[in-house]
Write a protein that binds this ligand. Structure first.
Ligand code: HEC
Ligand code: HEC
Ligand code: HEC
Ligand code: HEC
Length: 146
């Protein structure tokens, strides 16, 4: 049976699912302070695609670091986690990788103690620290570090 009411209910269901997924991704997207950023600086500090397509402003990440973009500093775990919730949350999202003990967010050696920037960079290609010792296995274990 596929009448208007079921269609409506399915629609509502999908809508709330979508809202739930969007809501669960990110706990907070702080409003950007307007800081003038030259085209040259934007080119010098390109964003990762996943952030560029959200049109993140410099100050979304470099919040409270003043208004001279050349003097911005690294943002550390706290900076990433201000939007990506917590290490526990990230570890849980890749929980399926725990089976082989290859969850980068819940390392077999270090648990959740690694710093984001042991693998992820924003303005340059990321590197995976597991490669330092497991150069042959990492590409089987996990995807490239986004
Ligand atoms: C101002 C908020 C904000 C900050 C700060 C931020 N992100 Fe994101 N990031 C997002 C949003 C929103 C998305 C898209 C939704 C999602 O996939 O979680 C995203 C997506 C990502 C993705 C892609 C997720 C996927 O499923 O492919 C990665 C990887 C990522 N961020 C890593 C980082 C790292 C590492 C840092 C710290 C250097 C960081 N982010 C800082 C908001 C932020
Ligand atoms: C040991 C290296 C390593 C460290 C440390 C690390 N990541 Fe990752 N991260 C990865 C890899 C590899 C992937 C892709 C995993 C896959 O899909 O195979 C990933 C995926 C992600 C994703 C997309 C998947 C998801 O859960 O949405 C986000 C967001 C992310 N990392 C954020 C972070 C943040 C924030 C930190 C610091 C708290 C961090 N990562 C620390 C290697 C790392
Ligand atoms: C998604 C978060 C994010 C956004 C948005 C962002 N940055 Fe960064 N920025 C970082 C991280 C993380 C680092 C540490 C180095 C790295 O990962 O590349 C950093 C480092 C820097 C540094 C210091 C570089 C160094 O070598 O010490 C400068 C300067 C900088 N960013 C400028 C900018 C400018 C200008 C913009 C806007 C065009 C911007 N950032 C947008 C996350 C971000
Ligand atoms: C400083 C070197 C080093 C780093 C970095 C490192 N490992 Fe290991 N890892 C080892 C050694 C040594 C062993 C034990 C010997 C063996 O079994 O290969 C091991 C064992 C393992 C094992 C179990 C044995 C196997 O090969 O299946 C897994 C899984 C593993 N590491 C995953 C990781 C992951 C994921 C990362 C990144 C988050 C990482 N390692 C980073 C040195 C390292």
């Amino acid at each position: 049976m596929c009448n208007k009411k079921t269609l409506y209910l399915v629609g509502v269901f999908l809508f709330f699912n979508a809202m739930y997924l969007i809501g669960s991704e990110v706990s907070k997207t702080p409003p950007a302070q307007e800081v003038a950023v030259s085209a040259e600086l934007q080119e010098k500090f390109p964003l990762k695609n996943h952030h560029a397509k959200l049109s993140l402003k410099c100050a979304d990440c470099h919040e409270g670091q003043g208004d001279e973009p050349e003097n911005f500093q690294m943002i550390g775990d706290e900076g990433c986690l201000s939007c990506h919730k917590s290490k526990q949350y990230l570890a849980d999202r890749l929980k399926f990788m725990d089976v082989l003990h290859v969850n980068p967010h819940n390392s077999i050696h270090d648990g959740q103690r690694l710093y984001c920037d042991e693998c992820h960079f924003e303005h340059q290609k990321s590197e995976n620290m597991c490669l330092n010792c497991h150069s042959n296995d990492v590409k089987i274990w996990m995807k490239d570090t986004p």
